[in-house]
Design a protein around this ligand. Sequence first.
Ligand SMILES: C[S@@+](CC[C@H](N)C(=O)[O-])C[C@H]1O[C@@H](n2cnc3c(N)ncnc32)[C@H](O)[C@@H]1O
Length: 326
Amino acid sequence: MDQNPSSRLSSPPPYHESVMVEQVVDLFRPVKSGTIVDTTFGGGGHTRALLTALPDIRVLALDRDPDAAAQVPDDPRLDFVAANFADLDQVLTTFISEGHRHDREHLGAGSVAGVLFDLGISSRQVDEPSRGFSYRRQGPLDMRMDPTHGPTAADIINDRPVDELVRILRDYGEERMARRIAEAIVRHRPITDTAELTAVIAGAVPAAARRRRHPARKAFQAIRIAVNAELDALGQGLDAALDWVRPGGRVVVIAYHSLEDRIVKQRFAAGTAGCNCPPDLPVCTCGRAAEVRLLARKGLRPTEDEIARNPRSRSALLRAAEKVSS
Ligand SMILES: C[S@@+](CC[C@H](N)C(=O)[O-])C[C@H]1O[C@@H](n2cnc3c(N)ncnc32)[C@H](O)[C@@H]1O
C-alpha cells in the first residue's frame, strides 16, 4: 500500500525530455526571424526553447499524434496542426491559402526559415501501455502514432503473409533472425497483445541472441516503422522541407537509427552536389549550384552529460543543412 498519499498526487512524469536542445537552438539562431516549422512537436520542448531563444520567430508545429495538441503552450507566435509531415507541402500551402496568422507575408515561398524533424516517438508514447509501442509493457497491438486511422500492428502481425513479415523485420529492423521470427509469429496467430508478441519473438531466437539486447527490440522497431510508413514519410517530408525553406534557412534532423539517418544523409548529399565549400564558410563561394550545404559533415551527437542525464538520447544523430539556392 502507498504509505505516502502525496506521492499519488505528484505530477505525472514529463511528456518527453527533448534531445540536443542547445545544438538545435544554435543551428536555428542565425535565421533570426520568419517561421520555423517543428514537424515533430511531441511535448513541445524544442518549440519552447526556440520561441524563448529567438523572440522574433514564429513556429508552425505539426504532430501526427493528436494527443500532442494538449501540450501546446499559449503563445501568439505558435500554431499547431495535427498532421503527418509527409503532407508538409499541403499543410504549408493550406496555411497560405487560408490566410492564416502565418499569412503570405510570413509564410509565402521563401518565408520558411527552418524546418526541424526530431524523428520517432516520444517517451510519453513509448511509456503509455495503451499505445502498444513497448515490448516492456502489456498493451494492445496498436503502435499507430495517429490512433485515428491506418493499419494497426495487429493488422500487420495477424494478416500479412510470412514473406512480407520477413521483409518488414529485415528491412525496417535489420533483424538477422527475420525468418525465424516471422515463422514463429505465423504459427502463433492470432497474437492478441504486446506481451504475447514479445514472448513469441523471445521463443524464436536462440538463447545466445537473447542475452545481448532485448530480443524483441528490433522487431518492435520494424513493426512500428511499417505501421506508420515512417521511412516514406521522412523522404516526402524532407523533400518538402528543402523546397520550402528560404535561402539561408536551415533543415535540422535528429535521427535515432541508421535507416532514418541513411535517408537524411543521402538526401542532403544529393542537395550538396555541386558545392564543395568547406563547412565553416558562411556562404557558398565556389559558385556551383548546390541546393544546400552541410552544417556538420559527420553529424552531431549528444554530449556524454546529456546521455548520462537522458539515456534515450544515446542513439541520436543530428544532421543539418543550409539552403543555398532556391
Ligand atoms: C521524438 S518525439 C519529438 C519530441 C519533441 N521534439 C519534443 O521536444 O518534445 C517525435 C514526435 O514526432 C511525432 N511524429 C513522428 N513521425 C511523424 C510524422 N511523420 N508526422 C508528424 N509527426 C510525427 C510523434 O508522434 C512524436 O510526438
